[in-house]
Every structure is written in structure tokens, then in C-alpha cells.
Design a protein around this ligand. Structure first.
Ligand code: ADP
Ligand code: MG
Length: 352
């Protein structure tokens, strides 16, 4: 038998159309409604908003609306926001080492528009007239429009043109849970911003945005929890760790109440979770997990944020040092609290 020829038929190399390449990018960045919410809210925060309102209908598949009072977009530039690799946040590759904004890839809006129908209305405070941009896989249309200052983005019919993606979504309840968890973490990351989340017409979360982390925690976990917190404050030449851990009485059966932020970015990193738990030592029973809201400020040069655009991953130059720092920060906060309690006890015994 002669061997079957294996060489494929020749097909010319071609550059993909923007429509196709945007959908491929969307496949990586936009997995579910919560990813849309994440990208839009991050844009609002990057725009310096002090108030961010999020409304969700149909678990985010029908409508996601995010309204902010941030800097807005110059009307002439508004359609550019939907071009791939168009960003106002970095200019040169050298900027990557020190990015402080949450976004910088210029991929979110074009990706979202390739799998949904997007309407963006925006106006900078000092401009009289703003712009309204309608964007979808079909293209981008812009017109001048009156608008309150700030930016409003509406995303309708998510994944209407990518049925495979649509089919893989989880139940409405679980998509809503993902959005609520995301917003809670956004709020804990940014106590200076007032967040409101409503889903199916019901308000789920409202934070005061007064800059106090404890108030944001109270909004997310309730007043009672906020009364059972121990402050964490720790500093070294290369890092600062601050926030709160809950007393052991607030411990949970999973890690859902452990929120860690690295330079303002929510990260889910096993190493950091373990460090927090190790900080509790024997204070927690087996398979009990603490409430913890910790902010790590680390020299950006020691952190690689360029890991994945959508995932909550992080890489450190020196993992061991970070681990030790987090563990010590938590441990010293807890032992400090114990010490203070026992001194108080002692002094009351002595009748002082
Ligand atoms: P990136 O955030 O990576 O720059 P995006 O596609 O998310 O990319 O947004 C593109 C650009 O649109 C941003 O760089 C920013 O200039 C502008 N933009 C998007 N959303 C807002 C917003 N809510 N307020 C002000 N500007 C915005
Ligand atoms: Mg962005």
C-alpha cells in the first residue's frame, strides 16, 4: 500500500478581520457576565470615579449597566475606545513595569462589543456635549449626545452571536453570585468609591465610599462582623500590609471571606491564603477559614501583573518573602490584640 499523502492542501496566510480577532480576544477576556462587570467597573475606577452604579438584568445576559462619575472620554476619542489595543493608560513598553491602573491592554471594550450590543455614553466634566457610541460585531457608530458627566456603558444580549459560549454559562443563580462576589471585592479594594449593585431590580450592595475600609466591610459582611475585627498594620522597606482580620469567632467553612489585594488588584493566590491562615496559627479549628481583608502595597517592580488579563493571578519576584511578611503581619495583629486584652484584664483585676 502506498502511504496516504499527509500534506494539507495549500491555503493562503491571511490576517484575520477585526471582527474575528476581537471574538478570539473576547474568548480569553470575557468568559461570563461577571467578566463584563469586572472590565467595566475597572474602567470606572481607572477613570477616578467616586460613585459606581451597577445594574444587572437576566443574570447579566440581558443587560449590564455601569454608570460612573469619572473623568469621561473626550467625544472625539470615544470611538477609539472600541479599537483593539487602544488605551489611554500606557504609551511605551517601559510603562508596563510600573502600571498603576487596573487596565492597560485596550482590549476590554472591543472584546465586549464583539459578543454583545454595547452603548457607551460619556462626557468629561468640562465639555458641554458628550458622545454616544453604539458598538457591536457589526461596527461602531458615534454621535454627539448630551449626557451627565462621567460614563455610562450598557451591554445587552451578551453572547447572542456566540452560542457555544452562551451554552456554557452556569445557572442564573451562579452567574449572579459571581457578580455579587466580584462587586464585594471591588468595594473592599476601593473603600474610597461608593458602589451600588442591583440585580433584577433588587439592591444587593451599597457601600458608603467614605474611604474607611471598616465601613466597606460592614456593608459587605454586616455590622456584627465589623465589630469583631482586628486591625493589621505592617511595614517593611519594600511592602506595606494593612487591613483587618476577623476574630476566630467569625471563621467560615471556606475561603470565601478571604480577600487579598495587591496594589489595589484583587488576587486569589493559594500562597497568600495559606500565609494568612498560618498567621492565625492554632486560633482556627481544622478546616476553618478566617475573614480577612488585606491590602498589600508592594513596589510594582517586585510584582508581575502581566500574567493574565482577566484572571485574579499574581506572581511575585520573591514568593517566600511575601509569604513571611503576610504571615507575620497577621500574627502580630492577632497577638497584639491578645496582649491588649490580657493587659486590660490584669489591670481590672488590680482595680486600676
Ligand atoms: P484599557 O482599560 O485596557 O485601557 P478598555 O478597552 O477597557 O482598555 O478601554 C479603552 C479606553 O477607553 C481606556 O483606556 C479609557 O481611556 C477609555 N475608557 C473606558 N471606559 C471608561 C470610563 N468608564 N471612563 C473613562 N474612560 C474610559
Ligand atoms: Mg479596561
Amino acid at each position: 500500500m502506498s502511504p496516504v499523502p499527509r500534506a494539507p492542501a495549500h491555503r493562503p496566510i491571511q490576517i484575520l478581520s477585526p471582527e474575528v480577532s476581537n471574538q478570539i480576544a473576547a474568548g480569553e477576556v470575557i468568559e461570563r457576565p461577571a467578566s463584563v462587570v469586572k472590565e467595566l467597573v475597572e474602567n470606572s475606577i481607572d477613570a477616578g470615579a467616586s460613585q459606581v452604579r451597577v445594574e444587572v438584568v437576566g443574570a447579566g445576559k440581558e443587560l449590564i449597566r455601569v454608570v460612573d462619575d469619572g473623568c469621561g472620554i473626550e467625544p472625539e476619542e470615544a470611538p477609539l475606545a472600541f479599537e483593539r489595543h487602544a488605551t489611554s493608560k500606557i504609551r511605551a513598553a517601559s510603562d508596563l513595569a510600573s502600571v498603576r491602573t487596573l487596565g492597560f491592554r485596550g482590549e476590554a471594550l472591543p472584546s465586549i462589543a464583539s459578543v454583545a450590543r454595547v452603548t457607551l455614553v460619556t462626557r468629561p466634566r468640562e465639555r458641554e456635549l458628550g458622545a454616544r457610541v453604539e458598538a457591536s460585531a457589526q461596527g461602531v457608530r458615534t454621535a454627539p449626545a448630551g449626557a451627565p458627566f462621567g460614563t455610562q456603558v450598557e451591554v445587552r444580549d451578551l453572547f447572542h452571536n456566540t452560542p457555544a459560549r452562551f451554552k456554557f454559562l452556569k445557572s442564573d443563580a451562579s452567574e449572579r453570585r459571581a457578580i455579587a462576589e466580584l462587586l464585594a471585592n471591588m468595594a473592599l479594594a476601593h473603600p474610597e468609591v461608593s458602589f451600588r449593585l442591583s440585580m433584577e431590580g433588587k439592591e444587593i450592595l451599597r457601600t458608603p465610599g467614605d474611604g474607611r475600609l471598616k465601613e466597606a466591610i460592614a456593608a459587605v459582611y454586616g455590622r456584627r462582623a465589623a465589630g469583631e475585627l482586628v486591625a493589621v498594620e505592617w511595614e517593611s522597606p519594600w511592602a506595606r500590609i494593612s487591613g483587618y482580620v476577623g476574630k476566630p469567632s467569625l471563621a467560615k467553612g471556606n475561603r470565601g471571606a478571604e480577600s487579598i489585594f495587591v496594589n489595589g488588584r484583587w488576587v486569589q493566590n493559594r500562597l497568600l491564603f495559606t500565609a494568612v491562615e498560618k498567621g492565625f496559627e492554632s486560633l482556627l479549628a481544622h478546616r476553618r477559614f478566617p475573614l480577612a481583608v488585606l491590602h498589600l502595597e508592594i513596589d510594582p517592580v517586585l510584582v508581575d501583573v502581566n500574567v493574565h488579563p482577566a484572571k485574579t493571578e499574581v506572581r511575585f519576584k520573591d514568593e517566600r518573602e511575601v509569604f513571611k511578611a503576610v504571615m507575620r503581619a497577621v500574627r502580630s495583629a492577632l497577638t497584639g490584640a491578645e496582649d491588649r486584652k490580657s493587659t486590660r484584664l490584669n489591670s481590672s483585676h488590680l482595680g486600676i
